[in-house]
Design a protein around this ligand. Structure first.
Ligand code: SF4
Length: 163
């Protein structure tokens, strides 16, 4: 059942991506369209993923778990403090965000292997902006700085093994 739910989320992500692409020319910074998208992202992703509006959404690469809910806001995890039961060292009552991310990713046939990508540090200046606008405007600092090259990513993805 979980497997189906994760595949369904991958499907929805692709639908959103393909639906928005033809309109990407309208996605300008500080535009009315961005304001609308910010509202939609806050409500939609906020309700489902407890989205923290970092403006650099990597949900589909982290098992559809918002990594900004990690108390250390790690972009690559987990840290070395995960408890033996898989819970967080900072919030012992909470399952580690990154344990959840890895568990989910094993159920995601299309994007699961992106868990192996090394994510760039989050750019705090992008907080509360629209991730969709940033993607289509290519203001994503990872792209600008060539943080991740396609070759690097493919090499890392080849290491992904799910037993
Ligand atoms: S245990 Fe997991 S959720 Fe807690 S701080 Fe470390 S990486 Fe973040």
């Amino acid at each position: 059942m979980k497997n189906f739910f994760m595949i369904f989320q991958e499907f929805l992500y692709d639908i959103a991506h393909n639906f928005l692409k033809p309109f990407s020319g309208l996605f300008k910074k500080n535009s009315v369209v961005e304001k609308i998208l910010i509202g939609l992202e806050k409500v939609g992703k906020g309700a489902v993923y407890n989205c923290q509006m970092c403006g650099e959404c990597i949900l589909h690469s982290t098992g559809m778990v918002c990594s900004m809910n990690c108390p250390k806001t790690l972009r690559n995890g987990p840290c070395g403090g995960v408890r033996l039961n898989g819970n967080c060292e900072v919030k012992p009552e909470m399952k580690c965000v990154w344990v959840r991310a890895f568990e989910n990713a094993t159920q995601m046939p299309k994007y699961g292997s992106e868990m192996m990508w090394i994510q760039a540090p989050v750019d705090r200046t992008m907080k509360d902006s629209s991730a969709w606008v940033n993607i289509y405007q290519e203001v994503d600092p990872k792209k600008m700085s060539n943080w991740q090259t396609e070759e690097d990513n493919l090499r890392l993805q080849e290491m992904w093994r799910v037993e």
